[in-house]
Design a protein around this ligand. Sequence first.
Ligand SMILES: *[C@@H]1O[C@H](CO)[C@@H](O)[C@H](O)[C@H]1NC(C)=O
Ligand SMILES: *[C@@H]1O[C@H](CO)[C@@H](O)[C@H](O)[C@H]1NC(C)=O
Ligand SMILES: *[C@@H]1O[C@H](CO)[C@@H](O)[C@H](O)[C@H]1NC(C)=O
Ligand SMILES: *[C@@H]1O[C@H](CO)[C@@H](O)[C@H](O)[C@H]1NC(C)=O
Ligand SMILES: *[C@@H]1O[C@H](CO)[C@@H](O)[C@H](O)[C@H]1NC(C)=O
Ligand SMILES: *[C@@H]1O[C@H](CO)[C@@H](O)[C@H](O)[C@H]1NC(C)=O
Ligand SMILES: *[C@@H]1O[C@H](CO)[C@@H](O)[C@H](O)[C@H]1NC(C)=O
Ligand SMILES: *[C@@H]1O[C@H](CO)[C@@H](O)[C@H](O)[C@H]1NC(C)=O
Ligand SMILES: *[C@@H]1O[C@H](CO)[C@@H](O)[C@H](O)[C@H]1NC(C)=O
Ligand SMILES: *[C@@H]1O[C@H](CO)[C@@H](O)[C@H](O)[C@H]1NC(C)=O
Ligand SMILES: *[C@@H]1O[C@H](CO)[C@@H](O)[C@H](O)[C@H]1NC(C)=O
Length: 511
Amino acid sequence: MPALSMGGSSKYGILFSLLTAWMLAMGTVIEAGGGRRERHNILLILTDDQDLVLGGMTPMKKTQVLIGQSGASFSNAFAVTPLCCPSRSSILTGSYPHNHLVRNNSLDGNCSSQLWQKFQEPFTFPVYLQKRGYQTFYAGKYLNQYGDPQVGGVQHIPMGWTYWLGLVGNSKYYNYTLSANGHEEKHGEHYEEDYLTDLLTNRSLEFLQKLSQPPFLMVLAPPASHSPWTAAPHYKSAYSTIKAPRTGSFNVHGKDKHWLVRQAKTPMSNTSIEFLDNVYRERWQTLLSVDDMVAKVLGQLESLGLMSNTYVFYTSDHGYHVGQFSLPIDKRQLYEFDIRVPLLVRGPGIKPNQTRLEPILNIDLGPTFLDIAGINVSQTPMDGQSFLPLLVNKTHNSSWRSDFLVEYTGEGSGGRDPKCPSLGPGVSQCFPDCVCEDAFNNTYACVRTLSPINLQYCEFADTQAFVEVYNMTSDPHQLVNIAKTVDPSLLEQMNQRLIKFQACSGASCRS
Ligand SMILES: *[C@@H]1O[C@H](CO)[C@@H](O)[C@H](O)[C@H]1NC(C)=O
Ligand SMILES: *[C@@H]1O[C@H](CO)[C@@H](O)[C@H](O)[C@H]1NC(C)=O
Ligand SMILES: *[C@@H]1O[C@H](CO)[C@@H](O)[C@H](O)[C@H]1NC(C)=O
Ligand SMILES: *[C@@H]1O[C@H](CO)[C@@H](O)[C@H](O)[C@H]1NC(C)=O
Ligand SMILES: *[C@@H]1O[C@H](CO)[C@@H](O)[C@H](O)[C@H]1NC(C)=O
Ligand SMILES: *[C@@H]1O[C@H](CO)[C@@H](O)[C@H](O)[C@H]1NC(C)=O
Ligand SMILES: *[C@@H]1O[C@H](CO)[C@@H](O)[C@H](O)[C@H]1NC(C)=O
Ligand SMILES: *[C@@H]1O[C@H](CO)[C@@H](O)[C@H](O)[C@H]1NC(C)=O
Ligand SMILES: *[C@@H]1O[C@H](CO)[C@@H](O)[C@H](O)[C@H]1NC(C)=O
Ligand SMILES: *[C@@H]1O[C@H](CO)[C@@H](O)[C@H](O)[C@H]1NC(C)=O
Ligand SMILES: *[C@@H]1O[C@H](CO)[C@@H](O)[C@H](O)[C@H]1NC(C)=O
């Protein structure tokens, strides 16, 4: 009997080709050992700036039913760095910032830079999935500097994407430019034609409708709930009585915290608070269109018979604060409100209506997608860990991590902020009332451990080598920095753990 070959003219060859085509159509692959494994579809919905701690999931009523109650809700999901471009780079590469080297939202901090394109993009999760036969679709915000003429403009289609609809630059709702498979597509400000969240929904419905060959990977990255917080017309009057929540740290002076936080004026002025309340309400309004997106896309999956074979993930790039420690509105801080994110997952083998407590990181998404596709994560540079075994209940969580690293490099301008000169050079994001949200010396690394102790330990790279430590059991709002009172041997132990984490890569980040 002749050996089977793809291109052979023998009847066995033809038979084999037909069989292969059939199996591809059925979304099945032949494993090396001869076993068969179904290749499930993957959908990731990634929002911008959506917090967990301040109630950011409250407007997502349909999403909570369609994903959370139909699967698992993770109450301890974290971003390993609380800023858009570094966090999105962590999601794409499955790695900590000290390994992907994207430091901030600028080109010179490697955000979508040529060096990123050359050294990191080839190792992003879509590349592995595409090689494995997935049709890959990206629609929405990518990395903040995407589309800049200095790094290839709209012609640059990041590696790994079969269908590409990338937003040029940072989140917007109207008056934006897209790269549609490398071609410039400009949009104005007509709701019916241009509202970005809805446009992304519509294009993803079309993609699914036309999809001829599963499996697929689809990433939808809407602009909500990022500034400029432009709601769809029919949602502009929603939540008219909602105010920013007065959490335990709202309008509280962080007097024992690092330099930048100590500058925040407390109490905040009434006009600042009014501004914060308006922003908070507008954030929720923009999220209502994302909730519609989830319902429509999942409805389409259902009607096309794809739902039972698709894993759906819902998360955000990082959290957000609105008045906590009298910081107006932003992310970039080490506290829970900025590093915690929503995470909901449904899919084959996942028991409905579960609440999970294991700490899951944004760097675990890539490894989990690879695992779903049958790719061995240990053979990639990724630092994260697949949580598929936890989802489908194959392993007990005793071997899961109990601590992790959070790291951030502060952004600051070279000169003084012309509107707020008294603050000295090297600060940024000074609004409103000249309260600055970032500085070059807001550069820190933390170990966040959840068990057996529930603690956060952070070191700053500033002139004071400032240390912040929080007992998360007794002080969930992080009001009291215990760095000066806690047992010094614990500080020593945490410092050693931090040094190990900051040097980790691949498997050593998982142990
Ligand atoms: C940017 O990335 C390149 C290669 O990945 C690296 O050599 C360089 O040091 C990075 N830049 C910064 C500022 O980390
Ligand atoms: C869109 O651009 C037009 C023309 O420049 C401008 O008048 C309008 O205010 C912009 N709308 C939004 C929502 O940014
Ligand atoms: C999306 O599709 C709906 C239904 O066809 C349509 O009413 C709406 O105007 C579309 N929106 C955009 C921004 O394309
Ligand atoms: C600010 O608001 C508080 C509470 O609503 C009120 O008691 C206070 O008088 C206001 N202050 C000023 C200066 O308007
Ligand atoms: C999930 O639990 C909620 C509240 O306990 C219940 O109302 C809902 O019907 C459950 N959903 C599913 C899919 O089991
Ligand atoms: C592990 O699962 C058990 C229930 O089986 C739960 O009580 C425990 O909190 C979980 N541990 C973590 C770290 O989530
Ligand atoms: C994955 O790769 C690692 C490193 O090459 C290897 O030790 C391990 O056995 C592999 N796992 C599986 C399930 O093939
Ligand atoms: C999941 O695992 C836990 C503990 O190992 C067990 O009690 C439970 O019955 C399992 N659930 C399913 C659906 O297999
Ligand atoms: C971004 O990072 C680069 C490299 O560390 C640095 O040179 C640049 O000043 C940073 N940009 C801002 C706005 O802080
Ligand atoms: C941080 O930078 C600011 C602005 O340059 C400076 O005034 C401040 O002293 C620095 N703080 C520390 C602790 O390094
Ligand atoms: C944290 O607080 C809890 C509850 O008050 C206490 O039992 C524990 O000893 C504290 N841990 C540390 C490290 O201070």
